[in-house]
Design a protein around this ligand. Structure first.
Ligand code: MG
Length: 248
């Protein structure tokens, strides 16, 4: 069942989304060569607690950190570590979720540290663009897969690939609620979108192949071919008109 949120619930998620958006901006400023991903995670933990929120990911199914930090070929669920040091030329994805006044919000950004080649800049741009193309269909009366199809169309027409095994999701009192939101599919399928649905939409994009491998830590999901990947996510709410993005 897809849970429709009341105006009051949406207002709480809006407040949470502001905290999360601020956190991600701070992390992007902080992520410089020489810093470990664990240091970023510690900053996030303190920031989230001092904002009156809790990290949604910490201890979720046993996840050991507040952030997922995924460098280069790692697509999602990278675990922050003291010995993973950011260096010049890295592509960094940071995914964060916070639990504030009873509601979760979830967002991710991918950015580069220093110079990278043009293909990586394009990969990151296309990933973001596919999110915005996707949510242009997030309106009452449309079908869920209209969003998915627009994401896939944008990514594939740019020559990239969407992951099949991982999807976006409804969000609210729980971090993961119905519906699942694939980044691929034919338009016109799935539930009819309604005002008050809150969705975490998250294109995850790869180069040359959609194949991913989970590493031996049981979390880290990386491109099997070792090429750099990208992930972009926001929590949105469906309104009468255009969707509202809660985490920018
Ligand atoms: Mg998510």
């Amino acid at each position: 069942m897809i849970i429709i949120k009341t105006e009051y619930e949406i207002e709480l998620m809006r407040e949470g989304g502001k905290i999360l958006s601020k956190l991600l901006n701070h992390l992007i400023d902080l992520a410089k060569p020489g810093l470990s991903t664990l240091e970023l995670d510690r900053f996030a933990y303190e920031f989230i607690l001092s904002s009156g929120a809790k990290p949604s990911f910490l201890n979720y199914n046993g996840f050991p950190a507040s952030l997922c930090i995924s460098l280069n070929e790692v697509l999602i669920h990278g675990i922050p570590k003291e010995n993973i040091i950011i260096k010049e030329g890295d592509t960094v994805s940071i995914d964060a979720g916070i639990y504030y006044k009873g509601y979760h919000t979830d967002a991710a950004r991918t950015f580069t540290v220093g110079k990278v080649d043009k293909t990586i800049t394009k990969l990151i741009d296309v990933t973001e663009k596919s999110f915005f193309e996707g949510i242009s269909y997030a309106k009452p009366g449309n079908r869920l897969s209209d969003i998915s199809a627009a994401i896939e169309r944008t990514v594939v027409s740019a020559g990239f690939f969407v992951v099949r095994e991982y999807v976006g999701h409804g969000i609210g009192r729980n971090l993961h609620e119905e519906p699942s939101i694939p980044n691929y599919g034919k338009p016109g399928n799935g539930p009819v979108l309604k005002k008050g649905m809150t969705l975490a939409i998250e294109p995850m994009v790869l180069q040359k192949s959609a194949r991913v491998t989970t590493r031996s830590d049981g979390w880290t999901v990386a491109a099997t071919n070792g090429l750099t990947t990208s992930h972009y996510e926001n929590t949105i709410v469906i309104t009468e008109n255009d969707p509202e993005i809660l985490t920018i």
